[in-house]
Design a protein around this ligand. Sequence first.
Ligand code: ATP
Ligand code: MG
Ligand code: MG
Length: 387
Amino acid sequence: GETLGLLGGGQLGRMFAQAAATMGYHVAVLEPGENAPAAEVSLKHIRAAYDCTEGIQELASHVRTVTTEFENVPADTLKRLAELGVRTTPSASAVSAAQDRNVEKAFIEKAGVPTAPHAAVRSEADVEALDSSLFPGILKTARLGYDGKGQARVRTREEALEAFRGFGGVECVLEKMLDLKLEVSVIVCRDAAGDSVVFPVAENHHKNGILAYTVLPARIDEKTAAEAQEHAKRIAQALDYVGVLCVELFILGDGRILANEIAPRPHNSGHATIEACVSSQYEEQVRIAAGLPLGDTTLRSPAVMLNLLGDLWYDAAGNVREPDWTKLLALPGAKLHLYGKAQPRRARKMGHATFVAETQSEALAHARAAAEHLGLAFADELKVAAR
Ligand code: ATP
Ligand code: MG
Ligand code: MG
C-alpha cells in the first residue's frame, strides 16, 4: 500500500499508524526520539529533528501526503514539505495559527465563536494597560504551553507583572478567570472540499492540569451539544482547516459556551472514539490524509476513557513496576491501550483505558471500578448523572 507521512512520534501518531495499517497503508514518521511510540508501529522511522533539511527531504521522497500528531512541529516544516510537492493536512498556516494563543483567539472570534475575555501581553506596558475587569485571571504564554504548563493564576496586576517576568517576557495572553461548569471538546474532521463531520461532544475532567478522564457523550442537553458542534465546525471553516481539529470549550454556569483553545490534530479527549464510534478520530485522519471520503462519526455506545499516567507505575516506596491490569481487564467493556513508552515518569501519558457499555451509567460504573482498583483518588467522581 501507499505510505503516509507523519510528523511526530508520540501516542497520537501510534494510534494514527494503527488506523492506517487497518486500511492498508504504511507510515513513515519523522521523529527525533529513539523509542517513539509511533515509530514502533511504522514502516519507516526517519530519526531527525523536525527542522532538519535532510530529514524533511527524505520524508518527502517516500510520501505524497503528510499529517501531524504533535502540536509544536514547526509550521515551517509543513511549509517546506508543501514546497516539495507534498500535500499536508493540516496546512502550515492552520498549524501556525493554532500555535499562538493570540492568533488562535483571533480566528475563533472571526468564526463568530465567543472566547473568555482576554488581552495580549507583549510588554510590561501591556500589563499596566490591562483592563482591571480581567482580574483575577490566568496569564498564559502565547506559545508552547500544554497540560497547564506556561500558565500562572494572577489575582492582581502586580502578580501579572511578576508572572510575565517569570516567563522571561515572552508574549502572553491574560484571560479572565471564569467559573466553569463543565469542560467539553468537539473533534471536527474537515476535508479538502470543505465538507466536515463532528464527533459527539466529549466531557473532560482534569487533575493537576492534565486530562484525567473523558465521558462520551458529554452529559449536556441536546441544544448545548449542537451549539458546541456548530462552534467547532465554524472554527474549522474560519481556518480553512483540512484535517482533524480538536476544539476545547468551556460551559459556564449561565449556559454560555466559549471556545478555550484548539489543537490541530487528534486529541486525548477523542481516544474513546476508537471503540465508541463507527470511525475513530484516527481513521478520519487517515481518510483525510489519503483523500478518501470522511468516515461515519456516529456513536455506537457510550464510553468512559481513563488516562493512565506514569504515577501508576510507582509503588508506595517509589519503585517502578508496571501496574497489574488483571482486574481492569476483567471488567465488562474494558479496552486497554499502552503506548510502549520505555521510561515511565510521573504525569507522563503511558496509556489509557476505555470502557464501553450499553448505557452511560454502566460505562461509568466500570470505569469507576477500574479507577478504584488502580487507586486513583478521583474514582468516587465517576458517578452516574442523567444526560
Ligand atoms: P492542554 O493540555 O489542554 O493543551 P493547556 O496547557 O494548553 O492545556 P488550557 O487548556 O488553556 O491549557 O488550560 C488548562 C486548563 O486550565 C483548562 O482545561 C481549564 O481547566 C483551566 N482554564 C484555562 N483557562 C481558563 C479560564 N479562562 N478560566 C478558568 N479556567 C481556565
Ligand atoms: Mg493546549
Ligand atoms: Mg487545553
